[in-house]
Ligand binder design. Structure first.
Ligand code: HEC
Ligand code: HEC
Length: 351
């Protein structure tokens, strides 16, 4: 019933905008077609969806609005910092070249921007897992003074003065009123469609391509040495772990401890997904490592013992993960099979 009303509205809108565009040379906006509901497509071996579409059905025009908002600088105080500024597609939506993110007036944050991919399957968001619902996530960068330093009322008033947005909101929601809830829902729809599942590894899983001898060796080593934390098809169990990294006094970030204030959580961070890891340097919560070699050298040589150090990194009284140079090369070869070129070049996710 709701959908029918909406399409009716949208068809009417197409007609009206057709008339107005005859008389003006204003840029014609693409999505003013009949809206349609879309389903997310992903491989059967992926985890279950956590994205709840019941209160936010994914539609063609909703995604399109979300995409525009994702690349909209006016979501920030000085109109320069969009979500896409820190989440760059060719780096699997991370902030390439920045150890920690930079926002308005070049203000520096405390954390490395994680990739935005397969968000529709996660149960916790951010390095310390403080967010449990994807819908709530954009509020943080929008209001955070080191990121976009704005507010919903400020954004709504800016977007309200732009006729294009009125049309986009009407196309997506059936009426042109702009609200914070609609903004968040549209961003969330767009992010839910950002599924990365077309890496060489996926084609291997589907029996379409073989791995090389090196990659296969790497996969076996990975399963022995890494998969206890980087488990499953997203290569994370989403737990919080202390990996024996020194506390960075520049950013004073103790991870999960910031959320719980429990000493047992000191320096525990959410295990990150390793999909597209080849594209997302620098690495770790503070971007301290610039290469995968450096990450593996850390695991083999520089893990620091501490009372919270994860048991997986303290096996048989040995601190760190035993790996020789060749084993590291194999593991890196395997990690590169998680690179999904089509994801980072897909025009559906581009500005
Ligand atoms: C100034 C840089 C910056 C901007 C702008 C920015 N982000 Fe982020 N984003 C980050 C950082 C840094 C984190 C990690 C935060 C943390 O762990 O506390 C993050 C985390 C996220 C996450 C969670 C990812 C995960 O794996 O848990 C999502 C989703 C996200 N951002 C979406 C957005 C959206 C949507 C916008 C625009 C409204 C946006 N971001 C704007 C830097 C930015
Ligand atoms: C005890 C659990 C655990 C084990 C075992 C483990 N990791 Fe990690 N890994 C983590 C956590 C937690 C982080 C994030 C740490 C941080 O930023 O403070 C991480 C971060 C990484 C990163 C950086 C990801 C990014 O987006 O910045 C890479 C790459 C990585 N691990 C690869 C591996 C490989 C390869 C192995 C096996 C040799 C391995 N890990 C073993 C828990 C683990």
């Amino acid at each position: 019933m709701f959908i029918m009303n909406k399409s009716f509205f949208v068809i009417g809108l197409v007609f009206v905008s057709f008339l107005t565009c005859i008389s003006c040379s204003e840029e014609i906006i693409q999505p003013l077609e009949k809206d349609e509901a879309l389903n997310l497509h992903f491989p059967s071996y992926f985890p279950e969806l956590t994205f709840d579409a019941s209160g936010n059905p994914i539609t063609k025009n909703g995604i399109e609005l979300g995409r525009k908002l994702f690349y909209e600088g006016r979501l920030s105080r000085n109109n320069t910092i969009s979500c896409g500024f820190c989440h760059i597609q060719e780096n699997a939506f991370t902030h390439h070249g920045h150890n920690v993110s930079h926002g308005v007036d070049d203000r520096v944050g405390i954390r490395n921007a994680p990739p935005i991919q397969n968000m529709a399957f996660l149960k916790k968001y951010t390095w310390d897992g403080v967010i449990h619902n994807l819908n709530d996530q954009p509020i943080i960068p929008i209001t955070e003074e080191n990121e976009m330093d704005s507010s919903m009322p400020e954004i709504i008033s800016k977007l309200n003065s732009d006729f294009k947005y009125k049309k986009l909101f009407k196309a997506a929601y059936g009426d042109e009123s702009i609200t914070g809830e609609k903004i968040l829902k549209a961003l969330c729809q767009f992010m839910a469609t950002m599924i990365s599942a077309d890496a060489k590894y996926d084609r291997f899983k589907q029996g379409l391509e073989n791995l090389t001898v090196e990659e296969t060796q790497g996969m076996n080593l990975f399963n022995q040495k890494c998969a206890s934390c980087h488990s499953g098809e997203l290569f994370t169990d989403e737990s919080f772990r202390n990996t024996g990294m020194y506390y960075n006094t520049q950013f004073k970030d103790a991870g999960r401890y910031r959320v719980t204030l429990d000493q047992n959580d000191w320096m525990k961070f959410r295990v990150p997904s390793l999909r597209n890891i080849e594209y997302t340097a620098p690495y770790m919560h503070d971007g301290r490592f610039y290469t995968l070699e450096a990450v593996l050298n850390f695991y083999s040589d520089n893990v620091e013992d501490n009372p919270n150090l994860d048991v997986e990194l303290k096996k048989n009284g040995h601190v760190g993960i035993n790996m020789n140079t060749q084993e590291k090369q194999f593991i890196i070869a395997f990690l590169k099979t998680l690179s999904d070129k089509s994801f980072i070049t897909n025009p559906k996710f581009s500005e």
